[in-house]
Design a protein around this ligand. Sequence first.
Ligand SMILES: CC(C)(COP(=O)(O)OP(=O)(O)OC[C@H]1O[C@@H](n2cnc3c(N)ncnc32)[C@H](O)[C@@H]1OP(=O)(O)O)[C@@H](O)C(=O)NCCC(=O)NCCS
Length: 210
Amino acid sequence: MNFSLAKLIRLPSYYFWHLSARVQFAIRGVKWPKHLTIKGPLGLSAIGKIELGDHITIVNDSKYNRAGINHPTQLVAGRDAILKIGNNVGMSGASIYAESSIEIGDHVLLGANARIYDTDFHPIHFQDRVAGAPAKTAAVVIGEHVWLAANVTILKGVHIGARSVIAAGSVVTSDIPEDCLAGGIPAKVIRKITENDLYNHPNSKLDNPN
Ligand SMILES: CC(C)(COP(=O)(O)OP(=O)(O)OC[C@H]1O[C@@H](n2cnc3c(N)ncnc32)[C@H](O)[C@@H]1OP(=O)(O)O)[C@@H](O)C(=O)NCCC(=O)NCCS
């Protein structure tokens, strides 16, 4: 009863944010996918190209995800850049900033405040910064079924292999292979993810909920 009432109260705001995102997409020339759920105000800047797959959920406010979102999701594609997001992707307070290319596979989960940058934004040497020289950029690829836990940062040139998991708070500076749990600063492979990680596997150390 309470749950339905809470849902009913939130209904106008869902429609409001949906409508405001539709206007933003139209102004920025980004194609609206078949199913897009937007909760809260989205930041969108598409001088380059942004492509979204189907069934995407974008959460932008901590009242819709209590894991601790600290800013609305930002999707940015700079001049000549491409940001491509696959199907069934969920994100909460993410900052995804493409100056060359960022590709996110299907079924990827981006935990609260995930940051994915394919650029350093500024050059290392101060004289280059003073001269306004461009920063280094390198394409980022996040494989399908990857999960980035809360507060993970992915830096330029990184490729995360399919089905891997990056532990909370990690900073990833180099490639992570498929099917790995990785974590730390800089992130290193901690172990392989195997069938033993399944809840219903006989060797699982986890409590079987079934
Ligand atoms: C990814 C995660 C679920 C893995 O949990 P797990 O399988 O139980 O892994 P464990 O806790 O057994 O840790 C395995 C090893 O990784 C290390 N580790 C775990 N999390 C780590 C982190 N964030 N950074 C660095 N190392 C980490 C552990 O210390 C342990 O090392 P050890 O073998 O030397 O003792 C967990 O690390 C995590 O990040 N949880 C938070 C998820 C989250 O942010 N959810 C909200 C957003 S969706």
